[in-house]
Design a protein around this ligand. Structure first.
Ligand SMILES: [Zn+2]
Length: 406
């Protein structure tokens, strides 16, 4: 065989069998700034669409994978980014966390641009029922019950849904009764600060993001909204950040372009062997945030992505001390729990910290675990079983928690 032929063979082999490399949106290593970079699409079933061994990326309610050649270039970039980050996250759980049970997990369908709410009896709620934007959620596997007409019968595995981005005029917030700026400023001087803030958040959630949920049972609507913490945080932190919000003309979050949101949603699926995906509590969200932060390796996660999101970040080193309002379900979007768990990592070191936090899920309850009791206790129990020197390390943790105001 001559050299030409060998070259040709090698070339054909590459074309036929090498993983295709596509443009993806990633954060620069160790930084929150983003770049477009070619990355390999691993474990694909074919070489022309986002259908892989572990993840299939589809548009809205479709069951067909998005094609690499879809004329919508932004959609292809989005699908490639999500596919890349989810496979990377899977690698993390296998290699860094040694989580072998992941091999038994069924393939996950990832839906982009889907506005439908989740309906546990029908998969997708009606199209016209309060369409959702600017967030993401993970949904548990399920199937329609027998009484559902066969044309509508459906069965699905775990899925991750990314909502389309929608620019919302921030000035519309002004219609929600008291001016948020005033509330935030008052809050700085008023000892009733927590009460006012909490009331305001409730109004914000109900009237602004989910205007129709006042009349409906809450359970479906409260499932894992990743997109609202930006606004929630602003209020929690008073006028310093509120200024910033009202300087931005629009609020928007294209969740599929924020790498840590993919890590966060996938973490919910991994943790769902103990923490069901049907509930969003400060503890459940903090656990998913923790693993998103570990994978992102930057102090701030969910930070702005130019042109795609102007959301506020969450800070793993948030310095706030505990207050009982941190337990409110609607504060599941704050970064307080993340900062508590991050302190565990700092105290025990990366390896033991990650092991202990992950193991803690065995001592947590999906619906009722609080931070001050449930989570702290779970961490100490987990340490008993996973720490290097449990007696010493539990004392260290105890100290850490008291510094955090517990
Ligand atoms: Zn979440």
């Amino acid at each position: 065989m001559n050299i030409m032929m060998l070259t040709w063979l090698a070339f054909s082999f590459n074309v036929l069998f090498a993983n295709p490399a596509l443009e993806t949106l990633v954060r620069r290593e160790g930084s929150i700034s983003t770049i477009i970079k070619k990355n390999e699409m691993t474990d694909l079933l074919d070489h022309h669409s986002f259908d892989g061994k572990y993840f299939k990326i589809v548009l809205k309610k479709s069951n067909d994978a998005i094609s690499f050649y879809d004329p919508d270039k932004n959609l292809v970039l989005k699908a490639a980014s999500v596919y890349y980050h989810l496979n990377k996250s899977r690698e993390f759980w296998i290699k860094a966390m040694q989580y072998t049970k992941i091999q038994e997990m069924p393939k996950i369908t990832v839906r982009l641009e889907l506005t439908n709410q989740f309906d546990e009896f029908g998969h997708f709620a009606n199209d016209n029922r309060s369409p959702q934007f600017n967030n993401a959620l993970s949904i548990p596997s399920g199937q329609t019950p027998d009484w559902v007409p066969s044309e509508r019968s459906d069965r699905w595995n775990n899925e991750i849904w990314f909502r389309p981005v929608k620019k919302i005029l921030t000035k519309d917030l002004g219609n929600l009764g008291p001016n948020p700026m005033t509330v935030a400023l008052q809050a700085l001087q008023n000892p009733l600060i927590d009460y006012i803030q909490n009331q305001f958040n409730v109004r914000l959630m109900e009237e602004f993001f989910y205007p129709s949920y006042v009349n409906r049972p809450l359970h479906e609507d409260l499932i894992r909204y990743a997109g609202t913490y930006a606004l929630m945080k602003l209020i929690l932190h008073g006028s310093k950040y509120a200024d910033r919000l009202f300087l931005d003309k629009y609020y928007y979050l294209d969740a599929a372009f924020v790498p840590e949101i993919a890590y966060h949603e996938f973490a919910h699926i991994i943790l769902s062997d103990r923490l069901e995906m049907s509930h969003s509590t400060p503890v459940n969200e903090g656990m998913a945030d923790y693993f998103a932060a570990v994978q992102s390796r930057t102090r701030k996660i969910y930070a702005k992505v130019k042109g795609h999101s102007n959301s506020r970040y969450k800070d793993r080193e948030e310095k706030k001390k505990y207050s009982h309002w941190d337990e409110a379900t609607r504060l599941a979007t704050s970064d307080f729990t993340l900062s508590v768990l991050w302190d565990v990592r700092e105290a025990l070191g990366d390896t033991y910290g990650d092991k202990v936090v992950f193991h803690a899920r065995h001592f947590l309850n999906t619906k009722s675990s609080t931070i001050s009791e449930g989570l702290l206790k779970a961490i100490l129990y987990a340490c008993e079983e996973k720490c290097e020197y449990p007696r010493r390390d539990k004392l260290i943790l105890y100290e850490t928690f008291s510094k955090k105001g517990f």
